[in-house]
Design a binder for this molecule. Structure first.
Ligand SMILES: *Cc1c(COP(=O)(O)O)cnc(C)c1O
Length: 454
């Protein structure tokens, strides 16, 4: 019998509901907090910043299933279901008895999983009579996703792109502009937050934190017509991404398998949540024992070396305070190529799950991640995004462990995006010019000390 390589769902089988893990968690995540009053944010407060429906989803800790609007599902059909792929080539290259599967989110029109939430957020903004959306983007994937989604729903998009990425990854800017978005490198002189940062530090290369501050400031100047959107960290973003794991669950069933371990790279946690939560619900509700591994960069280790505390989501302190694992909103991660993973915090749901031991985290340095990415490219033919290579590296570690022990574990990882617009990073790796970065304990505790008294 020939071996099946890829598993697909029909359009009719694409899930009709997202899964809200908050409803099933024994210890609920703490809610975002108003920095002025130190009270949990109300629906009205959160909706000045975000679309009201997103704010409602953010605070929803009771409904386990939330219906995907039909209009959003129609656009999901443009690229979903994404393939679940058995990585026979990688298994062979590693000589592992493990069964390795990956969910290929790189097939979306913009090349990453981010569109799953961008479509939902743009749709809700349109529904609520909003005309403009704004956001930040690091490596550019979120900006591309939002620009395309905004175009589909007839909204104007203004994107602040982290300056170093704006310069290093010009093609992502071109993609955003192709979809009609207005793109500004951050920090910029167009906002008060940007001006303040540039006054203190004229050569600031930008970070997700600075770009968030600028985008939030823009949205807050006309809250009735412009909404802020976020591509990670927030609970409603994690909710939208569960389409990944819900599909994977059905597809693995077609393959007659269930995962022993699930791996995802970790920036702010949205793709991790997306692929893991649907399986984690079986751990919570039925006592299954799947292990969930977040693979973060060693240069930005919020889950393994950060502290659980209240911290801002952005550098200038415009967002609500989030109870989460953080390295401090002033933490400036090294300029690794996995730009989408350079974020200081971890999101409230994932932070609670980590505290409760329902998931694990590992750190991967830049060189190991690229080694794994190149092995994957050679064996499966897909060049992974630098972010995704962290998940691959963590999965490869386990596959090698299985080779030692002879265990036939079922391993699943999320391929969040392709790296075809990140070839400058591959060039540097191939030329032997990549370095590893690990912050010292002193550097980490210095930043955290500044956050303690918020
Ligand atoms: C943004 C991004 C990530 C990291 O974000 P999460 O919210 O942690 O998922 C990972 N991979 C790619 C390709 C991205 O664009």
């Amino acid at each position: 019998m020939s071996k099946q390589k890829r598993f697909f769902l029909t359009e009719d089988e694409i899930p009709r509901y997202w899964y809200n893990i908050q409803a099933d968690m024994k210890h609920k995540p703490m809610l975002p907090v108003n920095p002025k009053t130190h009270q949990p944010m109300s629906l009205d407060e959160l909706s000045t910043l975000f679309a009201r429906e997103c704010a409602w989803q953010e605070l929803n800790q009771t409904d386990a299933w939330i219906e995907i609007p039909e209009e959003v599902r129609e656009y999901y059909k443009y690229y979903r279901s994404t393939p679940l792929v058995r990585a026979y080539g990688l298994e062979q290259a590693l000589e592992t008895p493990a069964h390795i599967y990956f969910k290929n989110e790189s097939v979306s029109p913009v090349g990453s999983h981010k569109l799953n939430s961008a479509l939902a957020q743009a749709y809700y903004c349109k529904q609520e009579g909003v005309t403009n959306v704004t956001t930040e983007t690091g490596a550019g994937q979120w900006g591309c996703a939002l620009s395309y989604a905004a175009k589909l729903f007839g909204l104007e998009a203004a994107v602040y792109q982290v300056k170093i990425s704006y310069e290093q990854k010009p093609y992502r800017r071109s993609i955003m502009q192709t979809f009609g978005a207005q793109v500004t490198p951050s920090p910029s002189m167009s906002t008060r937050a940007g001006k303040n940062i540039l006054t203190k530090c004229p050569n600031h290369q930008g970070s997700l934190g600075t770009a968030i501050s600028e985008a939030v400031e823009l949205a807050m100047t006309t809250p009735e017509k412009c909404k802020y959107t976020l591509g990670s960290v927030m609970s409603h973003v994690s909710l939208h991404q569960t389409i990944i794991g819900l599909e994977a669950e059905k597809q693995l069933e077609m393959a007659g398998e269930y995962p022993d371990m699930v791996f995802a790279c970790f920036g702010g946690g949205s793709n991790f949540s997306g692929i893991c939560f649907p399986f984690m619900r079986h751990n919570i509700l039925e006592g299954k024992t799947t292990r969930f591994i977040a693979a973060e960069p060693a240069s930005c280790p919020k889950l393994t070396r950060g502290k659980f505390m209240l911290d801002y989501g952005d550098e200038a302190g415009y967002t609500p305070l989030l109870p989460m694992y953080t390295l401090g909103h002033n933490f400036r991660p090294a300029n690794i190529h996995a730009g989408g993973l350079r974020y200081h915090g971890a999101g409230t749901i994932v932070s609670q799950l980590k505290k409760d031991g329902l998931m694990e985290a590992v750190d991967v340095n830049q060189i190991e991640s690229f080694e794994a990415g190149i092995l994957f490219a050679k064996s499966e033919g897909i060049i992974p995004a630098p972010e995704s290579t962290h998940a691959i590296a963590a999965c490869v570690r386990e596959a090698n462990h299985c080779k030692q022990t002879g265990e036939q574990k079922v391993l699943l990882f999320n391929l969040t995006g392709h790296g075809l617009i990140d070839m400058a990073a591959y060039d540097q790796y191939l030329a032997g010019n990549l370095n590893n970065f690990t912050p010292s304990d002193a550097e980490i505790s210095m930043n955290l000390d500044e956050v303690k008294n918020l």
